[in-house]
Design a protein around this ligand. Structure first.
Ligand SMILES: Nc1ncnc2c1ncn2[C@@H]1O[C@H](COP(=O)(O)OP(=O)(O)OP(=O)(O)O)[C@@H](O)[C@H]1O
Length: 261
């Protein structure tokens, strides 16, 4: 891989929080346009890794390179121009209307001296169109269903028009139809618009169906980088989750489908 192929590089990333080692020497490179799923048991450090990449945590050691720039020397705003972030569902939502919330989410692109302009309003309209939420524009966030709110948060990441999208369990709490719609949307953003995706997921089978690569974390370490087509031999995942899996071929895609035994 040449330097221009890679859009995100982590070198020996370490982070301690409250005296505990949460990330231990994580090194990985993600190619431009790649779709990676970050998998692993509860408490493995997956969400923390995303928070280091998008600048929520800054006290890490090691190196993070985003689109060729050393993150240590980038402002939060500069990182926000490269990295869109859809956080884990947090429950309590602020009382903004959807359109207003999306305009605020443009902050990294806004002129620091002025309010939102025509470009910003158009970016919000495009993101609402792309995520199918135009009808929700004047609703307030607390009135939305879980699935609707998740689409709004994806739209909020899209209004930044960033080349990298980080998603933290985007389909948790969603019913099967919304799960499918959100998965399809993320795949389309990746395949059609070339957005690089790093998505934390506990939905192993969707991760296998949609990703180019599975990044398997445990105890703050990156244990495996797996080809989703090669997990029919599920021994690495059995070790990761301390459970055995029965592997079948998906009837349509032929990719592995794993059922915990
Ligand atoms: N601010 C903090 N202070 C102390 N410990 C923290 C803090 N944030 C996270 N941790 C701990 O770091 C570890 C990793 O947390 P993280 O949320 O990254 O795991 P995860 O792999 O995303 O887990 P899950 O799948 O359950 O969401 C956990 O043990 C968590 O309790």
């Amino acid at each position: 891989m040449t330097a221009s192929d890679s859009i995100l590089e982590l070198e020996h990333l370490q982070l301690s929080l409250g005296g505990a080692h949460i990330l231990r020497d994580v090194s990985l490179t993600i190619r431009r346009g790649e779709y990676c799923s970050l998998i692993g048991p509860n408490g493995a450090g997956k969400s923390t890794l995303l928070k280091c990449i998008n600048g929520i945590y800054s006290q890490w050691r090691g190196r993070i390179v985003i689109a060729g720039a050393d993150a240590r020397h980038c402002s939060r705003r500069a990182i926000a121009r490269q990295v869109g972030y859809v956080p884990q569902h947090s429950g309590v939502l602020p009382g903004y209307r959807v359109r207003e919330f999306l305009l605020m989410s443009r902050y990294a692109q806004l002129d620091s001296w002025g309010g939102p302009g025509q470009n910003d309003r158009e970016a919000v309209d495009r993101a609402m169109q792309r995520t199918g939420i135009r009808a929700l524009a004047n609703r307030t966030l607390p009135t939305l269903s879980g699935g609707e709110a998740q689409k709004v948060f994806i739209a909020a990441a899209l209004v930044q028009a960033t080349p990298i999208l980080l998603l933290d369990e985007p389909t948790t709490f969603l019913d099967p139809r919304f799960q499918h719609e959100v998965n399809q949307l993320v795949v389309e953003l990746n395949r059609q618009e070339g957005i690089t995706v790093l998505s934390v997921s506990h939905d192993l089978n969707s991760a296998i169906q949609y990703s180019d690569r599975l990044l398997a974390m445990k105890d703050g370490e990156l244990r495996h980088s797996l080809d989703p087509n090669a997990v029919m031999d599920s021994s690495a995942l059995a070790e990761l989750f301390d459970t055995r899996f029965c592997a079948l071929a998906h009837p349509r895609s032929g990719k592995p489908l794993l059922i915990p035994e």
